[in-house]
Design a protein around this ligand. Structure first.
Ligand SMILES: Nc1ncnc2c1ncn2[C@@H]1O[C@H](COP(=O)(O)OP(=O)(O)OP(=O)(O)O)[C@@H](O)[C@H]1O
Ligand SMILES: Nc1ccn([C@H]2C[C@H](O)[C@@H](COP(=O)(O)O)O2)c(=O)n1
Length: 209
């Protein structure tokens, strides 16, 4: 069984995917972390982030491993854990450029499609492009202000600055971020996190994993 959870930036995709995965007793996988990994490695190697051939060569020769657990995803480069470095502002700023490269998208998609079922997959194009035959698809939204207010609980930045950055990320992600025609769209604005997880679980075709 594959459940896809897509949505706009900071709409709750990873939190909801983790909650749903824990309830089902299956892993969840964050596709965004793979784009972030490609960005971090490109930056560390001093590459131009739009140089797809060099980025891909760099990714393919490195011992990368995505540890997809229900509680959270971790990324390893050999014995070095990259997870903590994947949400830095330099990765935030560069990741949209990397995610726009078709070669990198194909690399990420291949990693995801190699995963054994069952799992919950979250990102932007899980239901449209990567797993069009998923058993259930969801797309999360919330206004930029609501999302910024949630993020402000985690970061020492003010709400207007976070909101402006989110609007810019939404703009850059527009091409790959759209609900699948058969996705259920959930406005998470008026809901708690548990409320969104419950809405997803209640909408699953069956509760098997
Ligand atoms: N329904 C909700 N009610 C309240 N807070 C929420 C809700 N959903 C998510 N949050 C909070 O909003 C923040 C962003 O959630 P999360 O990181 O899961 O979003 P995301 O879509 O995965 O983000 P990104 O696009 O940056 O990867 C977190 O602090 C999370 O706890
Ligand atoms: N399936 C995906 C997942 C992510 N992206 C892009 C969008 C963001 O710019 C970046 C990081 O994602 P996040 O960790 O914030 O969810 O990767 C994408 O294009 N497709």
């Amino acid at each position: 069984m594959i459940v896809t959870i897509d949505g706009v930036a900071a709409s709750g995709k990873s939190s909801v995917a983790s909650g749903v995965a824990r309830a089902l007793g299956v892993p969840y996988v964050s596709s965004g972390l793979l784009y972030r990994t490609a960005t971090l490695l490109g930056l560390e190697a001093g590459l131009h982030l739009s140089d797809a051939a060099s980025l891909l060569a760099c990714l393919e020769k490195r011992p990368l491993r995505l540890e997809a657990l229900a509680e959270g995803n971790r990324v390893w480069l050999g014995d070095r854990e990259l997870t903590g470095d994947l949400h830095s502002s330099r990765v935030d700023q560069g990741v949209s450029v990397v995610a726009a490269l078709p070669e990198v998208r194909a690399w990420v998609d291949a990693q995801l499609r190699a995963l054994p079922e069952p799992f919950v997959a979250e990102g932007r194009d899980m239901g449209t492009n990567v797993f069009p035959h998923a058993d259930a698809k969801f797309y999360l939204t919330a206004s930029p202000r609501v999302r910024a207010e949630r993020r402000a609980q985690e970061r020492p930045e003010d709400v207007p600055a976070i909101e402006a950055a989110l609007v810019e990320r939404d703009r850059r992600d527009t091409v790959q971020s759209a609900p699948a025609p058969d996705a259920r769209v959930i406005d998470t604005g008026p809901l708690t996190l548990d409320g969104v997880v419950g809405t997803v679980l209640a909408a699953l075709p069956t509760r098997r994993a």
